[in-house]
Design a binder for this molecule. Structure first.
Ligand code: SF4
Ligand code: ZN
Ligand code: ZN
Length: 314
């Protein structure tokens, strides 16, 4: 049987076909291509300075651990920069504890300090307790993920300040980004797209800038990278996972990508091209401090405090 040779090194056997570029890559060239992509994305969006302290949001899943490994590799070349992994323990029994063990092990492996912040410590309740209250009170139409997402975002920002980070790096992939774009459209909230940038603006001293070095890397490729590098990760689903519409969009986008290679890139680039116009229409809300907790918010009371208050948990 004829073996196919890698398009890049023209020596080793190819094991991966990249439909949107036509390349056939060996394991080595594939890994190098992912690392190059991340470096190029960081440079394109000016995500990092040579002396930044970077807080990597590590959940224990494949994307965040892959990002940790790649950033640790990149960061070695910048002696004035430093890396710290931050994990949020939402308090989901039988799920997050396992993921955090794996995350801690990985951090030791790449010699990166690991900082964990829990919902319980920050808010007084675990996600399990919040879900229990949601069900009991029947006061809300929101899903467990809506609460978790808002509380985690706030927790990550607080944790990043605790470790004196200049940036928060999250492992949102090209898939996450395009799903979010379509979700915002389907929710009738297109101007929200203006907020989901590869690097957020520096708008408030208490709001740590967020960067997404994987925003141009397909999830299929971050997964493959994790397998090649034999990265251990948590792959069991969260018991509360309930984002039905996102799942439908994921399936739709994957089918489109399969039939029309490059669809996800096209969506991402289209939005990048019109982003300045969207930002112009979207009124820039002033960022103040929440009257309850003092964290940055565009409202009088931040979303996290509003949600907990609604459940009688604040
Ligand atoms: Fe939180 Fe939902 Fe993710 Fe579970 S699936 S960790 S509840 S956002
Ligand atoms: Zn090769
Ligand atoms: Zn608040």
């Amino acid at each position: 049987m004829n073996t196919v040779t890698c398009t890049v090194c023209k020596r080793r056997e190819a094991f991966f076909f990249r439909p949107y570029s036509g390349e056939r890559l060996c394991r080595r060239c594939f890994s190098v291509s992912i690392e190059k992509k991340v470096r190029a994305t960081i440079a394109q969006y000016n995500m990092l300075k040579h002396d930044d302290r970077i807080s990597v949001a590590v959940s224990g899943g494949k994307d965040s651990l892959t990002l940790l490994h790649i950033l640790a590799k990149i960061e070695r070349a910048y002696p004035k920069s430093s890396l710290v992994a931050v994990s949020i323990d939402e308090g989901i029994k039988g799920y997050r504890n396992k993921a955090l063990e794996i995350a801690a092990e990985d951090c030791r492996e790449v010699s990166v300090e690991h900082h964990v912040v829990s919902f319980k410590k920050l808010y007084g309740y675990t996600q399990d307790e919040i879900v229990k209250r949601m069900k009991k009170e029947e006061k809300t139409q929101l899903s467990p993920c809506s609460y978790c997402g808002v509380l985690r975002r706030k927790a990550l920002n607080i944790a990043a300040r605790e470790v004196n980070a200049d940036k928060i790096a999250t492992a949102h992939t090209l898939d996450d980004e395009t799903q979010t774009i379509l979700l915002n459209l389907l929710h009738g909230d297109p101007l929200r797209i203006a907020r989901e940038k590869p690097i957020t603006d520096n708008v408030h001293p208490k709001l740590v800038q967020r960067i997404k070095p994987f925003c141009q890397t397909p999830e299929r490729e971050t997964t493959l990278y994790a397998y090649i590098k034999k990265t251990r990760f948590q792959d069991a689903p969260c018991p509360y996972a309930s984002e039905a519409m996102r799942n439908d969009i994921r399936l739709f986008l994957n089918r489109m990508e399969h039939r029309h290679a490059g669809t996800k890139f096209t969506i991402f680039k289209s939005i990048e091209n019109i982003r300045p116009a969207i930002e112009k229409i979207a009124k820039k809300a002033e960022v103040n401090e929440c009257s309850k907790c003092g964290e940055p918010t565009t409202a009088r009371i931040c979303k996290a405090c509003q949600m907990l208050q609604q459940l009688g948990m604040l």
